[in-house]
Design a protein around this ligand. Structure first.
Ligand code: AMP
Length: 446
């Protein structure tokens, strides 16, 4: 199968050739013809599956081929995303795909001045990428009109709800024309997402792609057990021993990010951090420098790093395990992308045993354990397995093995269908139509 056989027009095919995309990914193969045919879509796919091109390519084609010229302050297609970084990333992808089309595209998000955004919107844009809060601000200040809107994309819908955007989404929904095409992408399909889909979608086609990043053969995963207070020391030890070049590190809290970055910088290690308390410009700079390999270690909270596409990232380290097991999948999905292999190492202390157990249950695998000589925990991490069983009574500690875990051979550049493991997400149930839009805000604030 090729992109041409999916019905894409020549200017888009030329952009794809420049980008080196040869074969459509499974989500692209399903989504592109459906979106071109005007269908609503409910897709279980996350970052790493090629979903951005899956919705952006047909969307750009429809914008180029159909509909009136965009008028002042109007927008014809809207892509809603949960974070500023994702807005930049999605817009950058859109910009590349639209290279040969006469379309205006733009991205708006909070944390930066609103005035330049208002100026830019004056002449109207064909495709706008936006975070929900800033979009509403612009709408309320009459900088935006939705009368020409033909397509709405909700990207990472589950994360938008996790971040408490349900009220903003409801307000945006009320302001949009009823007749439109809607595409919803979500890594998981909770009841809240189904509720949202029931409200927003009209007879959607469901597309499901198992998250390729949990395929055991693309990401090598293992844990090192350690006492909580010795995690920073162990991290530095592993880093030096493994001669780690570029690592994305996840910590649970903003303070945790700052403390680790400070420690690493104090040791002369080239590290930087991103989390929700930092100004947007600082976050973007840290990310850009990391992508350009000018920063060796980037420490992040889940929210700041969600959905980021960083090419060729060989290693992800979970300095802390995530509170929500699904985030483990998103985290390790930052490596082993687009056909390459990667490695994900988690530093796990006794307090985190239940989190570990939840991850093993979700991913249906027992993570391989290592204990690093000289770092064996005093507080032993009880045994766990994929059945969710935590063996409360610790066994006698075994003699520690030397750590291994070298990097796998990398296969870069072209999309490889990797012979996926069984899907870990629940399969999609039929969309429930409900009269009221009331998915309440959530409590998570990493
Ligand atoms: P996404 O899931 O949209 O974040 O995409 C993940 C990565 O895969 C991005 O770096 C894309 O540029 C890349 N990608 C998407 N589709 C293809 C394709 N058909 N062939 C090669 N790379 C692709």
């Amino acid at each position: 199968m090729t992109f041409a056989t999916l019905g894409l027009i020549e200017p888009l095919l030329r952009s794809l050739e420049t980008l080196g995309y040869q074969t459509p990914t499974p989500v692209q193969a399903q989504a592109i013809p459906a979106v071109l045919a005007g269908r609503d879509l409910m897709a279980a796919a996350q970052t790493g599956t090629g979903k951005t091109a899956g919705f952006a390519l047909p969307l750009l084609q429809l914008l180029a081929m159909e509909g009136p010229k965009v008028t002042a302050n109007s927008v014809r297609a809207l892509i809603l995303v949960p974070t500023r970084e994702l807005a930049e990333q999605v817009h950058e992808a859109v910009r590349q795909y639209a290279e040969n089309l006469p379309l205006r595209t733009y991205a708006v998000y909070g944390g930066v001045s609103i005035n330049p955004q208002m100026m830019k919107l004056r002449s109207g844009v064909d495709l706008l990428v936006a975070t929900p809060g800033r979009l509403l601000d612009l709408f309320r200040q009459n900088a935006l009109k939705f009368n020409q809107l033909q397509t709405l994309v909700l990207d990472e819908a589950d994360r938008m709800l996790d971040l408490g955007f349900s009220e903003e989404l409801a307000n945006i929904y009320r302001a949009l024309p009823k007749k439109r095409q809607t595409l919803l992408f979500s890594a998981t399909f909770s009841d809240d997402i189904r509720l949202l889909a029931g409200q927003m979608l009209n007879d959607p086609l469901t597309v499901e792609v198992s998250p390729r990043n949990v395929a055991a053969n693309t990401v090598k995963q293992w844990i090192v057990t350690v006492d909580k207070k010795r995690k920073p020391e162990l991290f530095v030890h592993l880093m030096r021993k493994g001669k780690w070049k570029q690592v994305l590190v996840f910590a649970k809290t903003r303070n945790g990010v700052d403390a680790l970055v400070e420690k690493l910088q104090g040791l002369g290690i080239n590290a930087d951090g991103i989390h929700g308390d930092k100004p947007q410009a600082t976050r973007q700079r840290a990310l850009d420098r990391f992508k350009a390999s000018e920063v060796q270690i980037l420490v992040a909270t889940d929210v700041a790093a969600r959905g980021l596409d960083i090419e060729d990232l060989p290693l992800v380290v979970n300095f802390d395990l995530p509170i929500v097991a699904e985030d483990y999948i998103h985290r390790i999905g930052r490596t082993g992308r687009a056909g390459s292999t990667g490695e994900a190492i988690s530093l796990v202390c006794a307090d985190e045993v239940n989190l570990l157990s939840a991850i093993e249950m979700l991913t249906r695998q027992t993570l391989k354990r290592q204990s690093e000589p000289d770092f064996e925990p005093e507080h032993r991490v009880p045994d766990t397995d994929a059945s969710g069983q935590v063996v409360k009574k610790p066994k006698k500690p075994k003699k520690p093995k030397a750590s291994g875990g070298g990097g796998g051979k990398r296969n870069l550049g072209k999309w490889v269908d990797s012979g996926e493991a069984a899907p870990v997400e629940p399969s999609i149930k039929p969309v429930r139509k409900v009269p009221v839009f009331n998915t309440g805000p959530r409590k998570r604030k990493p």
